[in-house]
Design a protein. Structure first.
Lengths: 224, 463
């Protein structure tokens, strides 16, 4: 998987590139907007990480130019500004996700994996399955080992999100944004409680634990 | 150079323009006054000549040349002597009688008025006494009667008046200029003094003030306002200093802990416990980052005009989501969390920030309520006001500290050691509510804390 990183802060770029390489990605780095735009339009990448504030050509312009020429490589926008307004602008310009600095690397990695996977699994599915856990999206029914699980609406949504991103690390912020649809900063472990409730329902009494906590990052639904 | 300053000062320029306008105005006024006066004088002259001619004619008709002479003799008093002249000539133009030698060559103007000049009359050539206005009448027998008045006196009077008018105009201009220079000088000096003091204040001595004792009137108001502004700046600076002091103080503890843990890590040789320690360090660093993020967010909310983010929202649904999100957490701690939410009118707001605000309050309630306690959330609308009540059965907040808890990093002393937290939750709540024009009051719930929030729906009406 090739990732293009356009970031003018060399320290941040090094930190990201190193982390991504350790996670098995090959990374190319462009330190300014112009060379970034040249690379983005002349070569093929699986995903891009673009800083908003760049010398010469700013991040949003790069994305807009790419999208205008029919290039739909998934893009994760990095920004020092945390305004909702900025976030909306970034997504409107054609970004796939938005991450505010400073961020934990785990958060970045999780989001990159999600946007990479989004490309593959865009087909309309009617059933999601992880090991013996099955979700029927049409009937709104969840079963594990053919046993029907009784889930609250929010638990269902939470599980659906986890199942759609099975095998990937899903962070707390991602859950807040996608399952609860609020951008906010919970002071406590409120998400953990929801996760442990869900875990009670899907894992309790089964030998294999599917829903695990990834320390310092988030959660993962996996059948390994 | 004070003169340069005066010349460059706004007051002086303004006064110069003012004087020019004033001069033009005065000139126009005086000119029309002069024209009006001269016309009046001339009319007087015309009228008197008319009267004389009528009387003369009557005297002629009455007594012929003798009657004429009698009239002239009667009318030519010593004062009139040099002013009025009369003559009667026959049809051939020969003098019959009168005080003039002959009818001089005349210019006629304005109908039947005649004007002429007699050089030799007084023997004073530059005198204006030899200009005349006359009128004649022709009788049936061909006799022609003429009455003339010399009007040099009138011209002299007019000249005097115009000279006086010109002089007063010059005096007006000179006085105006002098006044302008003096006023400009005064204002330059006063403003200069204020500017100098402001320079000193800006160059560091923020506690100094502009001297307002010596300034009266408008300048006094100006200096008072400047001083009030400086007071506010000083207060804000003190606030900033206090906040940064607090930040330094409150971040020192976790940083020290971080440092100590790093030292311990250095000495630790066991691989497993090292990993454990690193995880702990990451958590510690994350908490620090979260604190900074919260600080930045509060600052953003407080300074930015985020009304642009406002959208129509249903507060009941939002609070419903809060309950749904926090109920499991409360249940985990064996706290009963009940909500009674009545429908309220739709309003405008930033849903993410409002969610954050209520989440912080509910989170606090759960944090500070002991196991087995209860929390109640209520939403109701009274006229234009939306009231949200969050009541818990926890320790509450001592009355003396109820204002302070909204300050950044302030934490109730008893809570400091027992509960985790960064002391920013309520600052965030206050910032969000301020942005929405809401009010928050902390009350005693006996036992516990009752947070009452009032949102004015009228100011949050959806567009």
């Amino acid at each position: 998987m090739r990732i293009l990183l356009i970031e003018d802060d060399l320290k941040v770029a090094d930190y990201i590139a190193k982390g991504l390489r350790e996670s098995g990605y090959s990374v190319e780095h462009a330190a300014d907007g112009k060379s970034g735009l040249v690379k983005a339009t002349s070569e093929e990448y699986d995903a891009m990480i673009v800083d908003r504030m760049l010398p010469q050509v700013d991040g949003l312009t790069i994305i807009q130019t790419m999208r205008a020429s029919g290039n739909d490589t998934p893009v994760l926008i990095l920004s020092a500004l945390g305004d909702v307004d900025d976030r909306v602008k970034g997504l409107k310009a054609g970004g796939d996700d938005y991450l505010v600095k400073p961020f934990a690397f785990a958060e970045l990695l999780a989001r990159i994996e999600v946007i990479l996977r989004r490309q593959e699994s865009n087909t309309t599915q009617t059933k999601l399955r992880i090991a013996d856990l099955e979700m029927d999206l049409l009937a709104h029914k969840v079963t594990r080992a053919d046993q029907v699980l009784n889930l609250q609406p929010r638990e269902y949504k939470l599980l659906e999100y986890l199942m759609r991103h099975a095998g990937q690390v899903v962070t707390r912020t991602m859950l807040l944004e996608n399952v609860w649809d609020y951008h906010f900063d919970p002071q406590t472990n409120v998400i953990d409680v929801h996760i442990s409730r869900l875990r009670q329902k899907i894992d309790k009494g089964f030998e294999r634990t599917l829903l695990t906590t990834v320390r310092g990052a988030g959660y993962k639904l996996d059948d390994t | 150079m004070i003169l340069n300053k005066i010349l460059a000062s706004f007051t002086f320029r303004f006064l110069t323009i003012y004087i020019i306008a004033l001069s033009v105005g005065v000139f126009l006024l005086l000119a029309s006054l002069y024209a009006w006066l001269s016309k009046g004088f001339l009319d007087d002259v015309h009228q008197s000549v008319d009267r004389e001619l009528v009387a003369l004619e009557a005297a002629w008709m009455d007594g012929g040349a003798e009657g004429f002479d009698r009239f002239v003799a009667e009318h030519n008093g010593p004062e009139r002597l040099s002013r009025y002249f009369y003559i009667a000539v026959n049809a051939d133009g020969e003098k019959i009688t009168g005080t003039l030698e002959h009818i001089p060559p005349t210019r006629s103007y304005r109908d039947k008025w005649l004007a002429f000049t007699l050089e030799a009359l007084t023997g004073e050539p530059e005198d204006s006494n030899h200009v005349f206005i006359a009128r004649s009448t022709d009788l049936a027998d061909g006799t022609r009667l003429l009455a003339a008045r010399q009007y040099g006196d009138v011209i002299n009077t007019a000249k005097l008046v115009s000279a006086a008018l010109i002089r007063s105009m010059i005096v007006t201009i000179i006085m105006g200029l002098l006044g302008g220079v003096i006023f400009a000088g005064i204002s330059v000096r006063r403003i200069g003094a204020i500017n100098q003091q402001l320079h000193q204040i800006m160059s560091g001595n923020l506690s100094a003030r502009v001297d307002s004792e010596s300034q009266a009137g408008d300048y006094g108001h100006l200096t008072d306002n400047l001083n009030n502004m400086l007071d506010q700046i000083e207060k804000l600076m003190a606030g900033v200093r206090q906040v940064s002091d607090n930040i330094a103080h409150d971040l020192r503890t976790p940083l020290t802990r971080l440092r100590n843990n790093l030292t311990a890590l250095q000495e630790d040789t066991d691989l497993n416990s090292r990993k454990e320690r690193v995880n702990g360090l990451i958590e510690e660093a994350d908490a620090l980052l979260a604190t900074f993020n919260s600080l930045l967010r509060i600052a953003q909310i407080e300074t930015g005009n985020r009304r642009s983010e406002f959208e129509k929202l249903d507060l009941k649904q939002l609070l419903g989501d809060i309950v749904e999100m926090y109920e499991p957490l409360a249940a985990d701690r064996n706290i009963s969390f009940s909500a009674s939410l009545s429908p309220v009118a739709p309003m405008c707001g930033d849903r993410n920030l409002l969610f954050q605000c209520f989440a912080n309050l509910v989170d606090n309630a759960i944090k500070y309520t002991p196991e087995g306690g209860k929390i109640e959330l209520r939403l109701a609308q009274y006229a234009d006001v939306c009231q949200i009540d969050i009541a818990d059965s926890g320790a509450g907040i001592p009355e003396a500290e109820r204002d302070k808890v909204f300050e950044r990093f302030y934490r109730v002393e008893a809570a400091r050691s027992e509960h985790p937290g960064n002391g920013l939750g309520l600052s965030m709540v206050a910032a969000v509510l301020k942005q929405h024009g809401g009010e928050i009051t902390l009350k005693d719930n006996r036992p516990g804390l009752r947070v009452v929030i009032n949102l004015n729906l009228r100011s949050l009406e959806p567009a």
